[in-house]
Design a protein around this ligand. Structure first.
Ligand SMILES: *Cc1c(COP(=O)(O)O)cnc(C)c1O
Length: 396
C-alpha cells in the first residue's frame, strides 16, 4: 500500500524532466506528458465519491459543469463521456441529416462523428497560414444540401470564428466547433466555448487538460443543452419513453474529479507551453525548410500541439525520414494529421465534391508534431532542437 502511493507520488511529480535529466537522452522523450494535479487533492475527491457510492453523473459532474461554465463564460456546460459522443449528440439534437462541411485536415473523430450521426461529411481545404478551415473552400463546397458547418480549432489555434459565424448565418445552418484542442484558448479576449451554436472539448489524455477520458459540450442555447442532458442518458427524460434514441455518454464522477483539480493548472500550462514554443521558434526557424503555424492577431493558442512543416526540398530530407531519425534518438514525434480524412480507407466510398484539397494534402505530407509540455523545460526544448539541427547539418 505504502509503496503504491509512493509510486503514484513520484509519477505525478511534474518537475522531473522526462528522459533528459543527467541521464542524457537514454530514455524516450514522450510526445505527450499530461500535467496532472497533486495526488493528495485528487485523492480527497475520489474518496468522497467512493464512499458516497454515486459513481456516475452526480454531484462532482455538476460541480464541474458549473465551474467550467464560469471559467469559459458560457451559459451551459454538459459533461460527457468524450468529445466524439458530444459531437454525435450535438448533430442529432440539431437535426442535422444532410451534408456537413468539415475540414479534412483534422483528427479522425471529427469526421467519424458526422458519419455516426447519419449525416454526410463534405471535406474542405484548410488555409496555408494558420491551417484552419479555409473560408473560400467552405463557400465553394456549400450547396442546397449543406446542413451544417463543423469547424476545428486546429492544434488549439482558434478557427476564424467571425467569418464562420457569418457564413453559417448566410447559409442558414448551425455552426459546430470541434474544440477538442482548444480548452483555454480565446479570440480577442473571448474564451472558446461560446462560439457558433455549440462547441465540444475533449479531455482524453493527449489533450491539455485530461480526465483520463471525457468531453465537455458548451452552448448558450438552453434548449440544446437540455436535450443533450437527456441524450447523454439514452434520451430518457425520466419516464423511459425516449424522445430520441440517445447514447450512454455520461461522464463518470472519478473523471470529473480529476478534471476539476486540473482546471487551476490550465492557464499556467498554456503560458509555459507558449514560452517553450517560442524557444522552439528561436532555435528552429533559422533552419531552411522548417515553418510554423501562423497565429492570427487576437488568437490565444492553447499549444495543445506544436506542429511544424518540413519542406523536403528546402530542408533536404522528408518528414518521414526526420520522424524516423528522431525516433532513433529517442525523441517521439507524431504526424498530426496524416493521412487526412479524405484519404482514409473508411471514407473511400464517399463521392468527393470538386473541392481542391491542395493545402491539406501538402500539409498532411509534411507536418511533424514535436514534444511540447511544461515538464520538458527550456533545456528539454533546446536539447530536442539540437538533435534536429544535428540531423539537418549531417544531410549530404
Ligand atoms: C481527440 C480529438 C477528438 C476526440 O476526442 P475524444 O474525447 O477522444 O472523443 C475529436 N476531435 C479532435 C480534433 C481531436 O483531437
Amino acid at each position: 500500500m505504502e509503496s503504491t502511493l509512493e509510486e503514484i507520488r513520484q509519477s505525478e511529480d511534474n518537475s522531473v524532466e522526462p528522459g533528459i535529466t543527467d541521464r542524457g537522452m537514454t530514455e524516450p522523450i514522450p510526445i505527450i506528458r499530461p500535467n496532472l494535479p497533486l495526488w493528495e487533492n485528487v485523492e480527497k475527491r475520489l474518496k468522497k465519491i467512493y464512499s458516497s457510492r454515486m459513481l456516475t453523473n452526480h454531484s462532482t459532474v455538476s460541480e464541474l459543469e458549473s465551474t467550467v461554465a464560469r471559467y469559459l463564460e458560457v451559459d451551459h456546460v454538459v459533461a460527457l463521456s468524450c468529445c466524439t459522443s458530444g459531437l454525435m449528440l450535438a448533430m442529432k439534437a440539431l437535426g442535422i441529416t444532410g451534408e456537413v462541411i468539415v475540414p479534412s485536415f483534422t483528427f479522425s473523430a471529427t469526421g467519424h462523428a458526422i458519419y455516426w450521426a447519419g449525416a454526410k461529411p463534405v471535406f474542405v481545404d484548410c488555409n496555408n497560414r494558420d491551417w484552419n478551415i479555409s473560408i473560400e473552400s467552405a463557400i465553394q463546397a456549400s450547396s442546397e444540401e449543406t446542413s451544417a458547418i463543423l469547424a476545428v480549432h486546429i492544434f488549439g489555434n482558434p478557427a476564424p470564428v467571425a467569418a464562420l459565424e457569418e457564413l453559417a448565418k448566410e447559409l442558414g445552418v448551425p455552426l459546430i466547433f470541434d474544440a477538442a484542442h482548444a480548452f483555454g484558448g480565446s479570440v480577442s479576449g473571448r474564451m472558446t466555448g461560446g462560439f457558433g451554436d455549440v462547441e465540444i472539448f475533449s479531455l482524453s489524455p493527449t489533450k491539455l487538460i485530461t480526465g483520463g477520458e471525457g468531453g465537455l459540450l458548451t452552448t448558450n442555447d438552453s434548449s440544446l443543452a437540455e436535450q443533450i442532458r437527456y441524450l447523454r442518458n439514452y434520451g430518457n427524460k425520466g419516464d423511459y419513453d425516449c424522445f430520441l434514441p440517445g447514447l450512454n455518454a455520461r461522464m463518470p464522477e472519478f473523471n470529473a474529479a480529476l478534471i476539476l483539480e486540473g482546471l487551476p493548472l490550465v492557464a499556467g500550462e498554456i503560458a509555459e507551453r507558449e514560452r517553450l514554443a517560442s524557444v522552439y521558434r528561436e532555435e528552429l526557424s533559422g533552419i531552411p525548410g522548417i515553418a510554423f503555424q501562423e497565429i492570427p492577431e487576437g488568437n490565444q493558442h492553447t499549444w495543445k500541439d506544436l506542429t511544424v512543416t518540413i519542406d523536403p526540398y528546402i530542408f533536404g530530407m522528408d518528414r518521414d525520414k526526420l520522424h524516423t531519425l528522431l525516433h532513433e534518438e529517442n525523441i517521439m514525434t507524431k504526424k498530426y494529421f496524416y493521412p487526412p480524412l479524405h484519404k482514409q480507407s473508411g471514407y473511400s466510398e464517399l463521392p468527393q465534391r470538386s473541392v481542391k484539397l491542395t493545402v491539406t494534402e501538402w500539409l498532411s505530407n509534411n507536418v511533424l508534431t514535436l514534444p511540447l509540455y511544461s515538464a520538458l523545460g527550456e533545456s528539454g526544448i533546446r536539447k530536442i532542437s539540437d538533435v534536429v539541427k544535428k540531423i539537418h547539418s549531417e544531410i549530404k
